[in-house]
Structure formats: structure tokens, C-alpha cells
Design a protein around this ligand. Structure first.
Ligand code: ADP
Ligand code: F6P
Length: 319
């Protein structure tokens, strides 16, 4: 293996830079050249990349976002765009590719692998919606960002004796909401995996009120509803003073946590190591502190098991 490429694709996530740095430095250490491809598959189609050296990844481990930029690229999903991407890889003599992104990006990597390019995927998304791995890169940082916000919202909620609905990201996955709910001491967690009616939500809040609770936090996963309409319905049913906050993109930015820097570094090295051994069509994951690789197709078939135990615990502890 003489030359590989690295790209980030889909939504950015804190820790992507740590992974890019590891890919570049671990490759150079092993006498492999690395091309940094800009804006995901778009840069591959448009032949936009630069040769990375040791200093090109200096001073980035602590930065959120991705220094390579990212994109969602429709053209890559068309045959003509895909062929252009393959042409670029051949023209640039890139034999292997590290794709840092979510499941969509991995599907693209699998296609490239079928066309003969050695590929390794690193799970980069705040959503934690890739069930083959216990954690995706960025999830831990986003969770801490949410907790920081909940703490602030709690201060004002308690001062004003209010109920606050906090909407968090995650697409169809409720992990950010569930774990933020547990760690942030929320009264109610609303996630797609465990539907709950508005009546039940109001009942929980009113039961707390009857016991003397003066303020409440409801964490709502974006995949389970809309903060503004939930707020309106709670006001309508209970007459309480309710506010809502949609945390939005602050969840995706910010300096990566120690955890995300560490798994980003380990996953980056593992991806290069895998390619160096001629293994292709893999994704890198982590479970119980170990870093592993597995076949992309197999990984994408694994279905998420709902963490009922954590959900029940969050409910018990919020009484
Ligand atoms: P994520 O990787 O975070 O899931 P997307 O689903 O937006 O984000 O996918 C990122 C990019 O991966 C898409 O814009 C597209 O270029 C590529 N991609 C997604 N799905 C496929 C697919 N089925 N085949 C080939 N490429 C895909
Ligand atoms: O996948 C990460 C994520 O931030 C989701 O939580 C959210 O639904 C989505 O991306 C937003 O995507 P966009 O950047 O296209 O607005």
C-alpha cells in the first residue's frame, strides 16, 4: 500500500479531526502517503484533495468540526458521479480509502469496495445510530454539550418554577435524549423507541407538582416530536408555565471530549492498520473499551436493540 485517501462525509461530529490526525500520522509512520479529500464524496468527484504531511494535522486534535469539510453528495449516488469518483482514485493512484461518516457514507464505501478500492469506515456521527458499535465518534461530546445546556436551563426553570421542553438531535435514534435524560435528571424522556402520549407526559408533570416539584425538564428526541407543539399541548392541558428550547447545531460543534479524542485516535490507527493488511469493506467500532473491525455489510444489517434497562432506570430515578 503506497497511498491512501481520507474523507469526512455526512454530518460533522466532534472527534473527526482526531481521527483524521491519526489516519495521517499512523500512515506516515508506516511509510504510506495520505491524500486529504475535501467535502466528502463531492471532493472525490471533483478531484479536490491535498497531500497531507505531519504538520497538516498539527493543532487539530482539540477542534470540533472537520478540517477536511464535509458534504452530502447526491451526485455520488448516481452512476456517472460514482464513476467520476473512481476515475479520480485511479488518476491519483489512491489504493485505499478511509471514510469517516455515518451509515449513508458507509454504503458509499461499500460500493467503492465492490469496485476494487480498499475501504475502511470510521463511525462519525453525534446520533449514535450505528448499532454495530457501542459508541460513534461525537456522541459523547454532544451528550456533554446537551448536559451543559440542561444545567443552564434547569437554573432558570427552577428560578421561575417552569416546565421546560428541551429538543435534542439524533434523527430516528433516541440515544442522545435517553442518556441526557438520565444524566441530566430529566422528569420525562420522549424518544422514538418508547412512544409516550401527551396525556402521560402531563400526568407525570402534574404528579410531580402535587408532590411539591416546582419545575421540570422534558427531554424530547427530534425523532419523537416537535418541541413547540409539545409545549403548546402541555400548556393547554395543565395551564403550567412552559418554555421550550431546540438545542440545534450547538450539539454538533465544540471541542471534542477526551473520550471522542481517544476513540477517534484509536479508530484512525485501526483503519489504516486494516487497509495495510489488505483487508477491505470494513468498518471500525468500539465495544467495552476494545476497538474492532467488521464487514460493512454485516455491520449495516445489525439492528439497534433498545436499551430498555436505561430507559426504565431514568424513569425510576426521576420520580
Ligand atoms: P451519514 O453518512 O451521516 O449517514 P448521509 O446519509 O447524508 O450521511 O450520507 C452521506 C453521503 O454518503 C451521501 O450524501 C452520499 O454521497 C453517500 N451515500 C449515502 N447513501 C448512499 C448509498 N446508498 N450509495 C452510495 N452512496 C451513498
Ligand atoms: O446526523 C447528525 C445530525 O445532526 C442529526 O442529528 C440531524 O437530524 C441532522 O444531522 C441534521 O442534518 P443537516 O446538517 O443536514 O441539517
Amino acid at each position: 500500500m503506497r497511498r491512501i485517501g481520507v474523507l469526512t462525509s455526512g454530518g460533522d461530529a466532534p472527534g473527526m479531526n482526531a481521527a483524521i490526525r491519526a489516519v495521517v500520522r499512523y500512515s506516515i509512520y508506516n511509510n504510506i502517503e495520505v491524500m486529504g479529500i475535501y467535502r466528502g464524496y463531492k471532493g472525490l468527484i471533483e478531484n479536490e484533495m491535498k497531500a497531507m504531511d505531519l504538520s497538516s494535522v498539527a493543532d487539530i486534535i482539540h477542534r470540533g468540526g472537520t478540517i477536511l469539510g464535509t458534504a452530502r453528495c447526491e451526485e455520488f449516488m448516481q452512476e456517472s458521479g460514482f464513476q467520476k469518483a473512481l476515475d479520480t482514485l485511479r488518476y491519483r493512484e489512491i489504493e485505499g480509502l478511509v471514510v469517516i461518516g455515518g451509515d449513508g457514507s458507509f454504503k458509499g464505501a461499500r460500493k467503492l469496495s465492490e469496485a476494487g478500492v480498499l475501504t475502511a469506515g470510521i463511525p462519525g456521527t453525534i446520533d449514535n445510530d450505528l448499532p454495530y458499535t457501542q459508541y460513534t465518534l461525537g456522541f459523547n461530546t454532544a451528550l456533554n454539550t446537551i448536559l451543559d445546556a440542561i444545567g443552564k436551563i434547569r437554573d432558570t426553570s427552577s428560578s421561575h418554577e417552569r416546565t421546560n421542553v428541551v429538543e435534542v438531535m439524533g434523527r430516528r435514534c433516541g440515544d442522545l435524549a435517553l442518556y441526557a435524560g438520565l444524566a441530566g435528571g430529566a422528569e420525562v424522556v420522549v424518544i422514538p423507541e418508547a412512544p409516550i402520549s401527551n396525556e402521560e407526559i402531563c400526568d407525570i408533570i402534574m404528579r410531580g407538582n402535587a408532590r411539591g416539584k416546582k419545575h421540570s425538564i422534558i427531554i424530547l428526541a427530534e425523532g419523537a416530536g416537535n418541541a413547540y407543539s409539545l409545549r403548546d399541548q402541555i400548556v393547554c392541558s395543565t395551564g403550567l408555565s412552559v418554555r421550550c428550547t431546540v438545542l440545534g447545531y450547538i450539539q454538533r460543534g465544540g471541542t471534542p471530549s477526551a473520550f471522542d479524542r481517544i476513540i477517534g485516535s484509536k479508530m484512525g490507527a485501526k483503519a489504516v492498520h486494516t487497509l495495510m493488511n489488505g483487508i477491505t469493506n470494513v468498518v471500525i467500532g468500539t465495544r467495552d473499551g476494545q476497538i474492532f473491525s467488521m464487514d460493512i455489510g454485516e455491520a449495516l444489517q445489525i439492528e439497534k436493540e433498545f436499551d430498555q434497562e436505561t430507559y426504565e432506570l431514568a424513569k425510576i430515578l426521576s420520580i
